[in-house]
Design a binder for this molecule. Structure first.
Ligand code: PDD
Length: 281
């Protein structure tokens, strides 16, 4: 496997970042994860637009032009022979002696791009049987709309889910309203068959899969309402599913040990997943 690190393509096993990198020391960086399907990068321009927003919110400069970055992404995919999988890209504020304030102007941002093939069988299994989730109290900062590499609450939440036999943890705010998963956005299908997801103006990441799913749902005749919903509404929903570039759309069949719907993946989640790639590509 090959990775791209700060100007060079290197063997993945030797790919390294300096100990003084601000991503390592302060989680002072941002990232994107993007799905690749049949050799096509799904929603690339939306992911790069969000990268642009994350960088500008943190006042980190682009490490190179957008065109150059696309070239590198494609080269990393090619060198790793990934036509179905994903790539990961991370940009940090660069390498400087440890000091909380920004480094001197002109310090180049660090950039890393890696790629891997996905386990199609594992994904198919999750789609066929659905996943289990738990709820956890929101304990992240209020700028989770920025896709930073500071993911410790997400890591702890996912680990807790795993230890309880679940695959995702769903953050819930102080009012008992659902926010998002540790690495996914959350959707419900209500009794009328209407899709609901929390507005992305504040308090969650505006998922690219979430945005594209809205494009997908319309031609299927589905109505979407961007409105927050409570844990009770979620537990009583006809269907619950989570979306992310890594999984597209996984049905959730149990939450905190309680069965959702009839305990099997719902038809709406399945229809959306099947329609997704026609629109996204
Ligand atoms: N996570 N919410 C959070 C907190 C996320 O970390 C992610 C994605 C999403 C979904 O966003 P998108 O549809 O753009 O992938 C929502 C990535 C995949 C990750 O951390 O691996």
């Amino acid at each position: 496997r090959t990775a791209y690190v700060n100007g060079a393509y290197v063997p993945h096993s030797e790919a390294a970042i300096h100990v003084e990198d601000r991503g390592f020391q302060f989680a002072d960086g941002v990232y994107e994860v993007c799905e690749v399907r049949h050799g096509v990068i799904v929603d690339l321009s939306r992911h790069l637009d969000r990268l642009d927003r994350s960088l500008s919110e943190l006042r980190i400069s682009w490490p190179m032009s957008r065109a150059a970055l696309i070239h590198i992404i494609r080269e990393v995919l090619r060198r790793n022979r990934v036509s179905n999988g994903l790539f990961y890209l991370q940009v940090t504020r660069g390498v400087a002696r440890r000091d909380h304030v920004f480094p001197a102007k002109g310090t180049p941002p660090s950039i890393v791009v890696t790629a891997k093939r996905t386990d199609a069988a594992a994904i198919a299994r999750k789609n066929a049987v659905g996943i289990a989730a738990i709820t956890v109290p929101e304990n992240r900062w209020d700028r989770v709309d920025i896709k930073t590499v500071g993911l410790l609450p997400n890591v702890l939440a996912r680990q807790r889910a795993k230890e309880l036999g679940a695959q995702e943890a769903i953050f819930v705010d102080a009012d008992g309203m659902v926010k998002e998963g540790a690495a996914t956005n959350v959707w419900i299908v209500d009794g009328e068959g209407m899709l609901r997801t929390r507005p992305a103006e504040h308090g969650i990441l505006r998922g690219i899969t979430r945005t594209t799913l809205m494009d997908v749902a319309k031609p299927l005749g589905l109505t979407i309402e961007e409105r927050a919903f409570s844990v009770e509404e979620m537990l009583g929903a006809r269907e619950v599913f989570v979306t992310a570039a890594t999984s597209i759309c996984f049905p959730v069949v149990s939450i905190d040990g309680k069965t959702i719907g009839n305990g099997h993946p719902g038809s709406i989640a399945q229809n959306i997943r099947e329609a997704f790639f026609d629109v996204a590509e």
